[in-house]
Write a protein that binds this ligand. Structure first.
Ligand SMILES: [Zn+2]
Length: 476
């Protein structure tokens, strides 16, 4: 049977303040004592009125633009009423009937960066988060520091057909919000929460099957496992000739299973109605013009550009996972340096060293200018690949500048003519007669040793290919 998947994603917006009051908004509140970041508005005191944060609106609109949504001239807020101790107002303020952003589209690459997909976004709307209930030694404790912080909920159409599509879409979405400083969206930290709606049907033309919504998912691996598991669970039900009712399930990843949380719920259960304390939200021409002028980074387009550069998957991964690295890379592309020359270093020695020692590119032991000079040398062809490698390693471990290393290593010694090199090659062979015999007996791997020795004698100035030719002739 065909798998059909739709997503509802909650992303914690990065703003100074909460959504409707002046309390602080943080990515997490671990550093604050419980209930120290609250006010009458976010704790739902009688008479307290909400005022929408300008910054929250701005970020929501930027997200709308990045998701290619229609940004509606008029949108409204609604109350979603339910009782739970972590919800002091007794309702959540959301946008059910007239969301700000509707009908968007996101294009993304699958894991190989060649196959592309596009999925439709139903809407991307604002809503406020709840507080936290903490169970501790038989007690339920409430902390409202998080209550009223801004979320944006992105609802997709059921356009996904595999777990891979879901994961790669979520990675693209993460890059979109990170690149445009809308949110950090770390799944593990609960800054991005994903609910997955899964159903099966016989063919694309059939109506959608009954769906199950899986909640409590907090890693990409878990999303994959949850989808695969749910697909099998539903298939078994249909194979047995049975049916099931629409339901919400929680995922217990350690047990590798899901459990029923609640059966069918719909809008009626939440008694949605227009929020009377907030005015209709009007996007006027001035704001629209400002938004049109705002530069937005679409990661999918950047990856396309990388494909044009001929980058392999490893190169692309090394650059796109972190906006800071991406900017670092782009800075040198802007200086007209061949992209492959840059990415080779960033994906290779720099990435390796950053993993061990440095948090970001600013902590690297050389300045951008120094690295730029290095890349310039790599581009003008005056140094050979093995020399460049030695210099890069030296720059990374000592922070010495390019010219200094070149002098130290004698890389600026005048080029030798082929007769000089041949003489030195003969010296190498004369000094290593046992190894020469081994070579002649068929142990051709000793060639690397001869080349290495010649490199030393010529301060790395010999092209290994030429060295090999010389040795092959001498030994031939
Ligand atoms: Zn507050």
């Amino acid at each position: 049977m065909l798998l059909t998947i739709g997503l509802e994603i909650h992303i914690k917006l990065k703003s100074m303040n909460k959504m409707f009051c002046q309390c602080k908004n943080q990515q997490n509140f671990d550093d604050l004592l419980p209930n120290t970041n609250i006010c009458p508005v976010c704790t739902g005191q009688p008479g307290a009125l909400p005022t929408l944060s300008e910054e929250v609106l701005e970020k929501t609109l930027i997200l709308g633009k990045a998701l290619k949504c229609k940004i509606n001239e008029i949108s409204t807020f609604d109350r979603k009423s339910y009782f739970y101790p972590d919800l002091p107002m007794g309702y959540q303020i959301t946008q059910l009937y007239h969301p700000t952003n509707t009908q968007g589209q996101v294009s993304f690459f699958l894991d190989n960066y060649t196959d592309e997909r596009t999925v439709n976004i139903q809407d991307a709307h604002m809503e406020n988060d709840t507080g936290k209930m903490i169970h501790d030694g038989g007690q339920a404790l409430l902390d409202f520091n998080r209550a009223g912080t801004p979320l944006v909920e992105i609802v997709t159409l059921p356009d996904f057909r595999s777990s891979e599509e879901v994961v790669e879409f979520l990675k693209e979405l993460q890059r979109i919000v990170r690149y445009n400083t809308i949110a950090d969206a770390d799944l593990e930290k609960g800054q991005m929460r994903v609910d997955v709606n899964i159903s099966l049907r016989k063919s694309e033309t059939d109506p959608f099957g009954t769906r199950a919504e899986i909640k409590n998912i907090n890693s990409f691996g878990m999303i994959k496992r949850a989808i695969e598991h749910e697909q099998i669970r539903q298939e078994k039900i249909y194979e047995a000739g049975e049916t099931f009712s629409q339901q919400t399930r929680g995922r217990d990843d350690t047990k590798g299973e899901s459990y029923l949380m609640r059966s069918k719920e719909d809008a009626l259960d939440y008694r949605y109605f227009p929020e009377p304390d907030l005015p209709v939200l009007k996007i006027d021409d001035e704001r629209r013009t400002r938004l049109e002028e705002q530069a937005i980074t679409i990661p999918h387009n950047i990856i396309k550009q990388f494909n044009d550069y001929g980058f392999n998957k490893e190169y692309i991964n090394a650059i796109i996972s972190d906006k800071e690295i991406l900017d670092y890379f782009m800075n040198f592309v802007d200086q007209k340096i061949e992209p492959k020359l840059i990415v080779k270093r960033i994906a290779g020695p720099i990435a390796a060293r950053m993993k061990e020692n440095f948090k970001n590119t600013q902590e690297l032991p050389f300045t951008n200018e120094q690295f730029g000079e290095f890349l310039g040398k790599a581009q003008d062809g005056s140094l050979m690949e093995n020399q460049l490698k030695i210099i890069m390693d030296e720059m990374l471990s000592t922070g010495k500048n390019l010219e200094e290393i070149i002098k130290e290593k004698w890389f600026d010694a005048p080029a030798m003519d082929s007769n000089e090199i041949k003489l030195l090659a003969k010296e190498v062979l004369a000094g290593n007669t046992t190894i020469v015999e081994q070579y002649k007996a068929g142990k051709t791997t000793t060639m690397g040793f001869f080349i290495g020795q010649l490199m030393k004698k010529t301060w790395g100035k010999t092209n290994p290919k030429i060295a090999q030719d010389i040795f092959e002739k001498l030994l031939g």
